[in-house]
Design a protein around this ligand. Structure first.
Ligand code: PGA
Length: 247
């Protein structure tokens, strides 16, 4: 069985002082962790967190990556730059990027391509809004979002990580039930299987109000290979409990 991946998404939170204390507390509570662990930190803190986690079991991740390699794109950060700072994973297409920054399926697909080209594993986020779920369109929406990435990335698709994050569950305390999540994960797995013979290699994470209390049941589902954790990743004890549930 492949190792699970627990990725913490700090979003736009943190400070030099708070980051140091959070990372030290997480490290202090890790015993020989059986799962992969990553933290997606705000860009200015990549260098700090790279040093804090050096030599340990936690890997560095960014929350976004530019769809361009270099050039006149003020404010953007390229995959190659992220790689220089030891970034191993990059979120792409998080629903907050799609919602507040107008990222389309096509942009997300190019971002995944840029990350892969620089040796960074993109964590491609997909998920439906409440209105889409209530109108019975969940599967169509996530399939459309993933299809764009499959189309742009061809045989490299087995190198990505997918995160299913129902938008209505993000930061709301309202989690998909393990059955609801598994149902969508199975759809995504089948779609990957149709695209590559190596679909089993692709980790499909669940995200959306994952916490210490619900992680174990979610992670027990056959197609749930880990978690993308927002709020609970900012509290060392909660993040550690999720990591321990992922053995
Ligand atoms: P949440 O966020 O765990 O706070 O719901 C998850 C995410 O947005 O990645």
């Amino acid at each position: 069985m492949k190792k699970k991946l627990i990725a913490g998404n700090w979003k736009m939170n943190g400070s030099l002082e708070a980051n140091a204390s959070l990372v030290r507390s997480i490290q202090g509570g890790l015993d020989a962790a059986q799962c992969h662990i990553a933290i997606c930190v705000p860009t200015p803190y990549l260098a700090q967190v790279k040093d804090l986690i050096a030599g340990g079991n936690i890997e560095l991740a960014s929350q976004d990556v530019s769809a361009h390699a270099y050039g006149a794109y003020t404010g953007e950060v390229s995959a190659q730059m992220l790689r220089e700072f030891g970034v191993r994973y990059s979120l792409v297409g998080h629903s907050e990027r799609r919602q507040y920054h107008g990222e389309t399926d096509a942009t997300v697909a190019i971002k995944a391509q840029c990350a892969l080209a620089a040796g960074i594993t993109p964590i491609v986020c997909v998920g439906e809004t409440l209105e889409e779920r209530e109108s019975g369109r969940t599967e169509d929406v996530v399939r459309r979002q993933l299809a764009a990435v499959i189309h742009a990335n061809g045989h490299c698709i087995s190198e990505i990580v997918v995160a299913y994050e129902p938008v209505w569950a993000i930061g709301t305390g309202r989690t998909a039930t393990p059955e609801q999540a598994q149902q969508v994960h199975a759809v995504l797995r089948a779609q990957l299987q149709a695209a590559t013979v190596h679909a089993e290699r692709v980790s499909i994470l669940y995200g959306g109000s994952m916490n210490a209390a619900n992680a174990e049941q979610l992670l027990a589902q056959v197609d749930i290979d880990g978690g993308l954790v927002g709020g609970a990743s900012l509290k060392a004890q909660d993040f550690l409990a999720i990591i321990h549930a992922a053995r």
